[in-house]
Design a protein around this ligand. Structure first.
Ligand code: NAD
Length: 472
């Protein structure tokens, strides 16, 4: 018998959309408009690498302009394809709507493996890619605003900002891209944002009595075990914050070069240092090397966090997953076929469209900061601090119970930018989770978090289209 073909990442996104759309009463034409990708810019450009010219293939996809600007990261990977970028751009639309970030969805991809290039060559490629986007009006604070994704980070965003400033400029130029270094118009807390959002999302699920009862797990994050795939930006911060703030335990980590396991728990900070020093996560003191990196996915644990790439959990390994909860920090790690198998096995999947929305949420804060030309907290911090101090002093006087200056400052401290960013991110993740769960409570046919998240997003996007007068 011929082997069934695994659905592609894009097919899976479309299937997830269709499953949710069938459970809404939104008009067919409107759903069709939301579902399809609006614009695809495919480009090829030459870059001098050493003594030769190399032709680089790249994309920028804008899935939906129901809100402007469109927004989404840029991926550098030798596996980038047009379909992959289309899938990622589509997810961005649903993600932004779900967490009430007023953007349409977009995504970029450059088909290169960053490991094969020097920083100077990567700078040339990034600057050239940016000029291609400028040329076709595919970038700008009110048009389309990129951010980091797999294979890119603050350094690339700084190059994009600088290129845009030189060729276009203007008072709002800094808002043309987010995820910039803090010293170059970035915002504190952006680098950790996706991983931190992953922690808040996992915490919400783990403290949901009804869901925990359904899978036979006690509520709370303390002591829960994690298997982590991918120790890049998202995986590192998710692992670190789940451990430090949630009291969870990372028992296994898989990276490109292999996987490790430790029943006692792995300190991801120490592991990152070990990897920097030795070039590998393997042979980490206190942990054992696993034979194959895929074994991390199949370990017994409470929460599996895939934080690398799409299509990691497929039809061929879904039935081997022992984790009770699959927390999709990466985009599209579970194929639509695998999802069916996992749901039948009573697993909870915390969907990408919700769980990794912390990145775009804090990107939104950065964009607002750039447009307002002011750091968050600048106006209110001292006012709040003085007000709180007055209250504390009053209580002290009336109770005759003095406290130390240190205690006083701890209570009375006004919020800095990082405090406000984290607070805004937590509020966003908690509110979006409540909205997802309220869809499940209202519609008995909706029994999984992904379908509920899509329905919540579709309802919001359709309202935008209707208010634009495009649909009656
Ligand atoms: P990254 O490049 O910083 O890290 C990804 C890591 O995964 C790398 O260290 C890589 O070596 C590793 N990896 C690749 N294939 C692997 C495999 N088969 N097994 C184990 N490890 C493997 O990328 P990132 O920014 O952390 O993005 C990871 C995922 O999170 C992607 O799906 C991305 O779309 C998604 N995401 C990222 C952000 C963000 O803000 N960076 C936001 C939302 C979603």
């Amino acid at each position: 018998m011929a082997k069934l073909k695994e659905p592609s990442f894009y097919d899976s996104v479309q299937r997830n959309f269709d499953r949710a759309a069938a459970l809404t009463d939104l008009p067919k034409g409107l759903l069709a408009q939301i579902r399809e990708v609006n614009s695809v810019y495919q480009m090829r450009f030459p870059v001098k690498i050493g003594k030769e010219y190399k032709v680089i293939e790249a994309y920028r996809v804008q899935h939906s302009q129901h809100r402007s600007p469109t927004k989404g990261g840029i991926r550098y990977s030798h596996k980038v394809t047009q379909e992959e970028v289309m899938a990622l751009a589509s997810l961005m639309t649903y993600k932004c709507a779900l967490v009430d970030v007023p953007f349409g969805g977009a995504k970029g991809g450059v088909k290169i493996s960053p490991r094969d290039y020097t920083p100077a060559q990567l700078e040339n490629i990034t600057r050239r890619y940016t000029t291609e986007l400028i040329k076709k009006n595919f970038i700008g604070p009110g048009i389309d605003v990129p951010a980091p994704d797999y294979g890119t980070g603050a350094r690339e965003m700084a190059w994009i900002f600088d290129t845009y400033s030189v060729f276009v400029g203007g008072i709002d130029a800094a808002a043309c891209v987010t995820g910039k270094p803090v010293q170059q118009s970035g915002i504190r807390g952006r680098e950790e944002a996706t991983g931190r959002g992953v922690y808040y999302g996992i915490r919400e699920v783990l403290t949901d009595q009804e869901l925990m009862d359904s899978i036979g797990l006690t509520t709370g994050t303390e002591g829960k075990t994690i298997a982590l795939q991918g120790l890049g930006n998202v995986g590192y911060y998710a692992g670190k914050i789940c451990t430090k703030e949630g009291g969870m335990k990372v028992i296994s980590v898989a990276e490109y070069e292999g996987a490790i396991y430790s029943k006692a728990g792995i300190d991801v900070d120490k592991l990152v240092k070990h990897r920097k020093r030795t070039g590998s996560i393997l042979n980490f003191p206190g942990a054992e090397n696993l034979e194959q990196r895929k074994m991390t996915l199949e370990l017994s644990c409470d929460v599996l966090i895939p934080a690398a790439l799409e299509n990691q959990i497929r039809r061929d390994n879904a039935s081997k997953i022992k984790a009770k909860i699959i927390a999709e920090a990466a985009n599209g790690p579970t194929t639509a076929d695998a999802e069916e198998i996992l749901l039948k096995k009573n697993k909870i999947i915390i969907p990408d469209v919700y769980l990794n929305a912390g990145g775009v949420t804090v990107s939104y804060f950065e964009w607002l900061k750039n447009l307002s030309h002011m750091r968050f907290g600048r106006i209110d911090k001292r006012f709040d601090q003085n007000t709180y101090l007055n209250i504390v002093n009053l209580i002290e006087r009336n109770t005759h119970k003095p406290i130390t200056a240190q205690e006083k400052m701890m209570i009375a401290r006004g919020a800095d930018e990082i405090d406000l960013v984290r607070s805004g991110l937590e509020e966003t993740m908690v509110t979006a989770y409540q909205q997802i769960r309220s869809v499940m409570r209202r519609r008995k046919k909706v029994t999984d978090l992904r379908t509920a998240a899509f329905i919540s997003a579709l309802n919001k996007i359709s309202k935008d289209y209707i208010s634009m007068g495009v649909f009656p």
